[in-house]
Design a protein around this ligand. Sequence first.
Ligand SMILES: Nc1ncnc2c1ncn2[C@@H]1O[C@H](COP(=O)(O)OP(=O)(O)OP(=O)(O)O)[C@@H](O)[C@H]1O
Ligand SMILES: [Mg+2]
Length: 219
Amino acid sequence: MLKTKDLSYWYQDASQPLFKEVNLEFEAGQSYAILGHSGTGKTTFLSLIAGLDHPKDGEILLGDRSLKQIGLTNYRRHDVAIVFQAYNLFAYMSPLDNLLTAMAITGAEHAGDKAYASQILRDLGIGDDLITRNVQHLSGGQQQRVAIARTMACDAKLVVADEPTGNLDEDNTHAVIAQFQKIAHEQQKCVIIVTHEPDVAAQCDHQYRLENKQFTQLA
Ligand SMILES: Nc1ncnc2c1ncn2[C@@H]1O[C@H](COP(=O)(O)OP(=O)(O)OP(=O)(O)O)[C@@H](O)[C@H]1O
Ligand SMILES: [Mg+2]
């Protein structure tokens, strides 16, 4: 579903690319973990996949169209859902309104369906007592789960997450990964996660390591 073709990126110096001529393929219904030392370019790679910036060289294809052809704004609105470590929730809104607003903005199939949105939150342990509370009054782990619920409520077939379990305890980490696996396997979405934790990566269907400017498949 998503392919990188000879993808290269550097910030200032073209002779020092973070990664060079990367050819990878990501399928719907599967989850992918990307490991690698700090500073190797994992977040940068994810930001290209998320349509936040253009590659320096090569291209990214969704189906048979390049992101450039689709247009990054259009792509971000309809095709990709992003979970950043800082959650990126709509501040001052409740969990329920976060989902409903995202569904409305992206024109999701279930836009306006409160019962549908509430059920997704409930499944992630955000119960009726929290659902209408300002998200800023939720714990880090709870906010993280709202961010994940939001990707489930929208129709984007590609879900990318940057260290989604970076500051969660063991139980929450387990719950979050289980939820990503559900998004991949039950919603038939393609999930790509950057993580520092080998045991988180091991729970995904495929694992890659970014090292020496290339992605090596581990499993
Ligand atoms: N806007 C920028 N301008 C110049 N250099 C940058 C910019 N953003 C990141 N870098 C550099 O590019 C390299 C890769 O950064 P990136 O954030 O992609 O790494 P990462 O693999 O996600 O690291 P971490 O595991 O610590 O999050 C780093 O050396 C970083 O300092
Ligand atoms: Mg990073």
